[in-house]
Design a protein around this ligand. Structure first.
Ligand code: TMP
Length: 236
């Protein structure tokens, strides 16, 4: 596969064209941002860990019946993925209260829900990714009802798989954010990444945070948390 011109640079990844119009290459960076880019930093080794963890999980999710954009891991930081148009919704599943949920509703972090919740944010940096409901998403033409139903079904399936996989590694899956894309024929697939940047991972025994909250909240040992997640999930 031939890596061609850069198409896009996001906060954590770059995207390159290839000689195949249906395939692009994502290149994961060590750059970290929080609070819509207000806080900036570097997490050494993050790009390689997030790339490999995402690919490991997407391979398993395909086997579990969730279609993904994954094609082939090319190097430590680079992966070939199917070219998609991203549905501009951040899909957030929560198993325990934390983060913006706790803040919005004035509740402590760590309340275990009887069943997982789902919410959407409108992916728009200029607006600060506001919370949006499904009626508003359809009204704005961001997705159709059929697409939203499919996205919800896949997101809960990802939660079932991920929760169980992580528990076996001694990790509580608190919450996470997914993004979905559309192939040229309209098929909805899981895209973006599944990593400590986009999930909250708490050690089952100690409650220690092993995710990007260590960066967001200046908790220290940020690199160590990413390495520990790689060790537990990938055995490296
Ligand atoms: P929140 O509690 O801040 O809404 O975050 C919920 C989950 O979504 C958490 O696992 C972190 C993830 N997330 C992202 O991946 N990107 C973002 O921009 C934000 C705000 C959260």
């Amino acid at each position: 596969m031939v890596k061609k011109e850069q198409l896009y640079e996001g906060k954590a990844k770059k995207v390159f064209a290839t000689d195949d119009p249906e395939v692009v290459i994502v290149d994961y960076k060590d750059d970290a941002t929080a609070f819509n880019g207000e806080k900036k930093g570097t997490i050494t080794g993050k790009g390689a860990i997030n790339n490999q963890m995402t690919n490991h999980l997407m391979r398993k999710l395909e086997e579990a019946g969730v279609p993904t954009h994954f094609v082939e891991e090319l190097s430590e930081r680079e992966t070939a993925v199917k070219k998609v148009s991203i549905v501009p919704l951040e899909v957030i599943i929560r198993n325990l209260s934390a983060g913006s949920f706790s803040k919005r509703y004035g509740v402590e972090e760590g309340i275990v829900f009887g069943q997982p919740t789902i919410e959407f944010s409108y992916k728009d940096d200029a607006l600060g990714d506001p919370l949006i409901n499904d009626y508003h998403a359809v009204a704005l033409g961001l997705a159709t009802w059929d697409e939203i139903e499919r996205i919800k079904k896949y997101a809960f399936a990802v939660n079932d798989f991920l929760k169980e996989t992580l528990l076996a590694c001694g990790i509580t899956l608190v919450d996470f954010k997914l993004e979905f894309g559309k192939l040229s024929d309209g098929t909805i697939v899981l895209a973006d990444e599944i990593s400590p940047d986009t999930c909250r991972f708490w050690d089952v025994k100690t409650g220690e945070k092993l995710d990007k909250d260590r960066f967001r909240r200046d908790l220290g040992n940020v690199e160590g948390a990413y390495q520990e997640m790689a060790r537990r999930l990938l055995g490296k």
